[in-house]
Ligand binder design. Structure first.
Ligand SMILES: Nc1ncnc2c1ncn2[C@@H]1O[C@H](COP(=O)(O)OP(=O)(O)OP(=O)(O)O)[C@@H](O)[C@H]1O
Length: 260
């Protein structure tokens, strides 16, 4: 099985990023460095500007001030070398799982035979080979998100952005899909920006967790996660997991997001 060569993973830097909508400041002076090939989670309360940051970092909406650099170059237009997974799978109901993934290849004008080979390989690695010819309504929520991940990776992008991709899934499915994503990332070495409300998910997946304040969003803590990979389903097996989780809870307590 051949897989298209892995493109170099991109670095993303934000320097004093501010985003206002009318008179409302959604993101306020966000500074961060996401290194090439790093898995970084942004965790923060609802409405703190996580998705807004992601859309800016993807070049889909402009910053109000501050600068975003991708591979050291100012970001001036939408990134194309990127795959995005949202909480909603956004699959076309009239296309099969494989056809949904191939749509990305078709739109990008990729040679279809190698793209199909890569799609089938991704389906296999994501444990959904049996579902290639099924339509979205014939898939479980977890399977649909796996198809969304395959669609985001079919063109071998250097950045994968994921906005609460597992937010609508049950806890058991989340535990397995988290592992599958980690294994895929270990193999494919993309830069991943992962937005989540889940402390387990952030610690279970990330090299670094960036904790955001309530609105207007700023980074208030940065936690390097030094747990071996692949990480277990039960993260509490590591005493340091509890220390990382406490630190995130403490940040939210400081800002009154958690009151007990
Ligand atoms: N296009 C827009 N126009 C006006 N306000 C907006 C717009 N987009 C986002 N906002 C506001 O900016 C703030 C941040 O929104 P954003 O969706 O980035 O938060 P979030 O942290 O991703 O939230 P959640 O975790 O609930 O998804 C919110 O108050 C939201 O209402």
């Amino acid at each position: 099985m051949t897989i298209t060569a892995v493109s170099a993973a991109a670095s993303i830097e934000g320097r004093g990023i501010v985003k206002t909508f009318g008179g409302f400041t959604a993101v306020d002076g966000l500074t961060l460095d996401i290194r090439s090939g790093e898995f970084v989670s942004l965790i923060g309360p609802s409405g703190c500007g996580k998705s807004t940051f992601m859309l800016m970092a993807a070049g889909l909406i402009p910053t109000s001030s501050g600068e975003l650099l991708v591979n050291g170059k100012p970001l001036r237009e939408p990134l194309t070398d990127i795959g995005i997974v949202f909480q909603d799978h956004l699959l076309l109901e009239f296309r099969t799982a494989l056809e949904n993934v191939m749509l990305q290849a078709e739109i990008r004008g990729l040679p279809l035979a190698p793209a199909k080979e890569r799609a089938l390989d991704l389906f296999k690695k994501l444990g959904i080979s049996h579902a290639v010819d099924r339509y979205p309504k014939q898939l479980s929520g977890g399977m649909r998100q796996r198809v969304s991940i395959a669609r985001a990776l079919i063109h071998d992008p250097s950045v994968l952005m994921m906005d609460e991709p597992f937010g609508a899934l049950d806890a058991i499915t989340r535990t397995q899909i988290r592992h599958d994503l980690e294994m895929l990332w270990l193999e494919q070495a993309k830069t991943v920006v992962f937005i989540t409300h889940s402390i387990d998910e952030a610690i279970g997946l990330s090299d670094r967790v960036l904790v955001m304040s309530p609105t207007p969003g700023r980074i208030v803590d940065e936690i390097k996660i030094e747990l071996p990979r692949p990480r277990p389903a039960h993260l509490g097996d590591y005493p340091s997991f509890n220390a990382y989780a406490d630190r995130i809870h403490d940040a939210f307590r400081r800002f009154g997001v958690i009151k007990y």
